[in-house]
Design a protein around this ligand. Structure first.
Ligand code: ARG
Length: 459
């Protein structure tokens, strides 16, 4: 078949080269955006008198019919088409005749594809934000439920100081809240319309780019036509934001995997989100969390891929840029799949408060409080730190804990010790006294939950 772009070229392109060149395999998912963009273009062409109202109407009706038929499956995408833009224009011309050939006036596939990708990203950005909001809501619910679940907080994966499970979960809520922020900000930043940049140098037709941008919900047209067709910053930015979200998801995954092991036994994931082993009947594997951790590498790969593709590209459009879509789509699909699995997995997760409490009792997570006790009584902190360290070492040697050492033992080490030392190192007190802003107490967790819920409600 003769190519729509068979202008200067006479010879047929090679079949293998055609397949290599074609992007329909992956860009077909943008058909709603391509049609939306073309309808706006037809309106602009009529408004400015570049084509007649009648031709514009004819085009719009034709495009709406194609949209319906693609939605319903009545019209199948032709895998041999070069890309979704050519496919839709070809079908339109088949269906409505000569008017169909007028649609591409004052437009190029270069600004068309840039427009479609932005429209697609806008839709997906909203879907991603929605999923992230649901994940944050699930974390807030669990944090509220576990506001008083005392557990050891860790540094170097060694028991460090007392916190609550609610506190730990809220830390993740804030990370995902920032991910939402980033997506929303990049959505604003990219919301400038490239259409009307044409191939690269604008056009001699009296187009109205402002009108077309308004029709499509953009803040304004991109100010420079070369930038309009060359810019893929937003693709990089979105994949970068998604890489960050995956980084957060993978850290949460790692903890879910650890916490659901027998070694920790802090949580129980619902059977719906774990798998068994084909040989070991006792197994309950946290596959979803592991897969999410694994897929993080894949999204980082998408980021490195697009950065590398764009590096050193001269202005304006180069075919290399067709490579932006697979990376973008893969990153979006991956994050959406992970989030869709994580939301119910977090909602149904059960905390084992006893196991957390038991872990908190072992590991001397009140040693800082012991040092603070002495410091508050007048001992310089560094001395108090050393003395507390000696007491911990003694406890380890004698298989006991700080709470069980007798008072006279303490007093033999320093006359600053009094009966109230036991209150000071009582685990519950160690937790409840950490009243500094942003701390782990149930009251602080509830405050954080309230604040985050308010923020997501306002989004
Ligand atoms: N399929 C192309 C892409 O995805 C569309 C733009 C093609 N433009 C061109 N002049 N070949 O980038």
């Amino acid at each position: 078949m003769e190519k729509m772009w068979a202008g200067r070229t006479m010879g047929q392109t090679d079949k293998i080269a055609d397949d290599f060149d074609s992007s329909i395999r992956f860009d077909q998912r943008m058909y709603p955006e391509d049609i939306q963009g073309s309808i706006a273009h037809a309106k602009m062409l009529a408004k400015t008198g570049i084509i007649s109202q009648a031709a514009s109407q004819n085009i719009i009706q034709g495009l709406e019919g194609i949209n319906e038929d693609l939605d319903s499956g009545k019209l199948a995408i032709d895998p041999a088409a070069e890309d979704i833009h050519m496919f839709i224009e070809e079908v339109l011309t088949d269906r409505i005749g000569a008017d169909g050939k007028k649609l591409h006036t004052a437009r190029s596939r270069n600004d068309q594809v840039a427009l479609d990708v932005k429209l697609y990203m806008r839709r997906e950005n909203a879907a991603l934000v929605d999923l992230l909001k649901k994940l944050v809501a699930a974390l807030c619910d669990q944090a509220e439920k576990n506001q008083d679940a005392l557990m050891p907080g860790y540094t170097h994966l060694q028991r460090a100081q007392p916190i609550t499970f609610g506190h730990q979960l809220m830390a993740y809520s804030y990370m995902f809240l920032r991910d939402i922020d980033r997506l929303k900000e990049m959505g604003e930043r990219m919301n400038y319309s490239p259409i009307g940049s044409c191939a690269l140098a604008g056009t001699t037709y009296p187009t109205d780019r402002v009108y077309e941008a308004e029709l499509l919900g953009f803040t304004a047209p991109v100010a420079n036509s070369l930038d309009g067709v060359s810019d893929r910053d937003h693709v990089v930015e979105m994949i970068s934001d998604l890489s960050l979200a995956m980084m957060h998801l993978s850290r949460l995954s790692e903890e879910l995997i650890l916490w659901s092991s027998w070694e920790f036994h802090f949580i129980r994931l619902d059977d719906a989100y774990t798998t068994g082993s084909s040989i070991m009947p006792q197994k309950k594997n946290p596959d979803m969390a592991e897969l999410a951790r694994g897929k993080t590498g894949r999204v980082y790969g998408d980021l490195m891929g697009i950065l590398t593709t764009l590096k050193g590209l001269p202005l304006a459009y180069n075919k290399d840029m067709q490579e932006d879509k697979e990376a973008l789509f893969d990153a979006i699909d991956t994050v959406k799949m992970v989030l869709a699995t994580f939301i119910p997995m977090i909602q149904t997760m059960k905390a084992n408060k006893e196991a957390m409490h038991k872990a908190a009792q072992k590991g001397f997570i009140n040693a800082t409080d012991l040092a603070d006790y002495l410091t508050k009584k007048g001992m310089p902190f560094r001395d108090a730190y050393h003395l507390s360290g000696q007491l911990v070492a003694y406890c380890i040697d004698h298989d006991t804990v700080l709470e069980d050492l007798p008072l006279d033992f303490y007093q033999a080490k320093s006359d600053l010790f009094d009966e109230d030392v036991f209150e000071a190192i009582d685990l519950k007190n160690c937790l409840l006294k950490r009243t500094s802003l942003g701390g782990p107490t149930p009251a602080s967790v509830l405050k954080q939950v309230g604040e985050v819920r308010e923020k997501i409600a306002a989004l």
